[in-house]
Write a protein that binds this ligand. Structure first.
Ligand SMILES: NC(=O)c1ccc[n+]([C@@H]2O[C@H](COP(=O)([O-])OP(=O)(O)OC[C@H]3O[C@@H](n4cnc5c(N)ncnc54)[C@H](O)[C@@H]3O)[C@@H](O)[C@H]2O)c1
Ligand SMILES: [Zn+2]
Ligand SMILES: [Zn+2]
Length: 372
């Protein structure tokens, strides 16, 4: 048992607090990771705001990287000392979806229960209360014990902040483009919402050879950053004029509408815009996560008649063991400028201020740094 510092939330919707917790040693099938960086994702804000029901108390955070400090029985001891990026959806590797190579749809993942594979947790309060780890990795913590299937060793030379972002924003956004949608070179692409996830869609579209990339957001600073990452056109949204967004995207496409639209916010209005702006044959890829039970509508006849498609993209259809090293190498080769996403570096105690910035959308990715 060792002592760690972590951001704990009592239940979804409650204010988070930094607490000292006990962390047990890794059991068989688990590893202990000393965290070096944890990003702050809008999905954490969904939990903070109580949009999604979650059990508690729970250590927050699901976008992290660190160094393996110890391994449980049966795990290759050569992992100790390796830098790893953490996957927020540890695959069971046994269920039907895992066997088919669709690990992002795993039905036996311990991450579904925010526990280790045996149903227990390695975290405890001084009074003996067990504490869960968000998606089994709870990265807003100075150290964690995680399932070994959640850790992916990084190639030499990858900065810890970049490795952390590969764990969610990059895999979600780049993966939506290259895995879920599999866009072809020369496509026209629009991305609605330019947070860490949407900016990663922009980078993915550039990597995949899109002809035009239209960046769409409320904030001018986000649009400017998207331009540095490969966007060629932009639409600054006026929330009082939704039709203006649709018209602006169509005009920026130069013809009748984008071949692919990526929605990376999770609002009904922008999801409906993403579908409405499609030309015949176009594809809308829904990446942003809504509140539970949100419904959207579309006009059925032109959708069917025009052969349009809507795809849901969970975790960028990521197989972490395959995709994380690919993105890391693309970064090292200068083809995926992941480090440019980091707009603010903070300490663990500043997490509520990070949520404030996410509420206004004025900064790209914020990253919590730990002592290395
Ligand atoms: N599908 C997945 O597997 C997956 C994984 C991670 C995150 N997500 C979801 O993706 C979404 C984005 O996450 P993020 O961390 O990038 O969020 P973020 O808060 O950093 O970015 C959202 C962006 O949308 C912009 N925006 C807000 N309202 C807008 C509007 N009406 N029109 C245009 N732009 C608007 C904001 O200015 C901001 O730039 C969230 O819903 C998150 O939960 C999904
Ligand atoms: Zn996330
Ligand atoms: Zn599985």
């Amino acid at each position: 048992m060792r002592e760690i510092e972590a951001v704990v939330i009592e239940r979804a919707g409650a204010e988070p607090a930094v607490e000292r917790l006990g962390l047990d040693d890794p059991h068989p099938g688990e590893v202990r990771v000393r965290m070096s960086a944890s990003g702050v994702c809008h999905s954490d804000l969904h939990v903070r705001e109580g949009h999604w029901e979650r059990p508690g108390p729970i250590v927050m955070g699901h976008e992290g990287a660190g160094v393996v400090e110890a391994v449980g029985d049966g795990i290759d001891p050569r992992l100790v000392g390796r830098q790893v990026a953490l996957s927020w959806y540890a695959p069971c590797l046994r269920c039907r979806e895992c066997q088919q190579g669709r690990q992002w749809l795993c039905t036996g993942s311990p991450s579904l229960r925010h526990r280790q594979a045996d149903g227990t947790t390695r975290l405890v309060r001084r009074d003996g209360t067990p504490v869960l780890a968000y998606l089994s990795i709870g990265t807003m913590a100075s150290a964690q014990v995680v399932p070994v299937s959640a850790v992916v060793p990084m190639p030499e030379g990858v900065p810890s902040q970049v490795a952390a972002l590969i764990g969610c924003a990059v895999s979600t956004g780049v993966g939506a483009v290259v895995n879920t949608a599999r866009i072809h070179a020369g496509s026209t692409v629009a991305v609605i919402g330019l947070g860490g996830v949407g900016l990663s869609c922009v980078m993915g579209a550039a990597l995949a050879g899109a002809r035009r990339i239209i960046a769409v957001d409320l904030k001018r600073a986000k649009i400017d950053l998207a331009g540095e990452l490969g966007a060629t056109h932009w639409v600054q949204v006026d929330p009082d004029n939704p039709q203006g967004t649709v018209d602006g995207i169509r005009a920026a496409t130069g013809d009748h509408g984008p071949d692919f639209v990526f929605e990376a916010i999770g609002l009904r209005a922008t999801i409906e815009q993403a579908i409405e702006v499609l030309p015949p044959g176009g594809t809308a890829v829904l990446v942003g996560l809504t509140r539970f039970e949100e419904r959207v509508s579309l006009e059925a006849f032109p959708f069917v008649d025009g052969g349009r498609r809507v795809l849901g993209s969970n975790y960028g259809s990521t197989v972490a063991a395959v995709d994380f090293p690919r993105y890391a190498e693309a970064y090292l080769a200068g083809r995926l400028p992941i480090d440019r996403l980091v707009g603010r570096r903070i300490r663990l105690a500043d997490v509520e201020s990070a949520f404030d910035h996410l509420r206004t959308g004025d900064i790209a990715r914020q990253v919590i740094l730990f002592d290395e």
